[in-house]
Design a protein around this ligand. Structure first.
Ligand code: ATP
Length: 213
């Protein structure tokens, strides 16, 4: 029997919130993943500088995922110089896990729609499957180049992810939580509370360290 796939959830995590965590748990269980690796980027390639350091974002991810079986915090992007490209991250995970292990790059719908702007994006299916978790409010058609890339690769169930180590694209419904890190940062900047949008332990640490003021 082929091995259970490893899920890879990269992000800025500025900060991590329930919009990352609950859909990730949906995928872990629905797709029978061996684990999900939360990989905070050091320097994001597609956005401005995060408000807190990569080490601080990583520590919050660690707090949020601690104690959930199957959730793993992975610091490999912090150990690499330069911009944090997912291509390099997947290449290093592929090197660690060998040629047979199915890898699943997990993306929100919004991130997937921008995939054609990523470094070496057309080579990503050579390294991993792509699992798109549906995010509320983004149902516009894909741009033609991404549509042409996606259509021949679409797969429909978790078994397809186990049959091959890479190359499929699965659209997977997840719990719809319209939560963003942007919203949380804005609330904190205004002195309002983001409580119930992210784990209590993460919020406590944000307050203790006076982050996002
Ligand atoms: P920001 O508001 O700062 O842009 P974000 O909340 O989108 O941040 P990221 O760290 O950029 O968080 O997201 C990491 C990954 O998680 C991306 O693939 C993104 O699409 C996905 N994601 C973020 N929020 C949600 C959500 N509420 N539901 C499903 N996926 C999400």
């Amino acid at each position: 029997m082929p091995p259970y796939p490893i899920g890879i959830l990269g992000g800025t995590f500025d900060p991590i919130h329930y919009g990352h965590l609950r859909p990730a748990l949906d995928l872990l269980e629905e797709l029978e993943l061996a684990e999900i690796r939360f990989i905070p980027c050091r320097i994001p390639a597609h956005r401005g500088t995060p408000l807190i350091t990569a080490e601080q974002r990583l520590a919050l991810v660690q707090l949020a995922t601690d104690g959930q079986p199957g959730f793993v915090t992975d610091d490999r992007e912090l150990r690499r110089d330069g911009l944090s490209y997912m291509f390099d991250t997947l290449a290093s995970l592929r090197e660690d896990s060998g040629d047979e292990m199915p890898l699943c790059l997990i993306l929100g719908t919004d991130a997937f729609r921008e995939l054609h702007t990523w470094h070496r994006w057309q080579e990503l299916p050579g390294l991993a499957h792509i699992v798109v978790m549906q995010r509320p409010g983004l149902l516009k058609p894909l741009i033609p180049v991404l549509e042409a890339f996606t259509t021949p690769r679409v797969v429909y169930d978790r078994f397809a992810l186990r049959r091959k180590p890479a190359g499929g694209i699965l659209f997977q419904p997840v719990t719809q939580l319209n939560i963003s890190a942007t919203q949380i940062r804005a609330l904190l900047a205004r002195g309002q509370s983001p409580r119930y949008l992210l784990p209590e332990v993460v919020l406590a640490s944000i307050h203790t360290q006076s982050l996002y003021r």
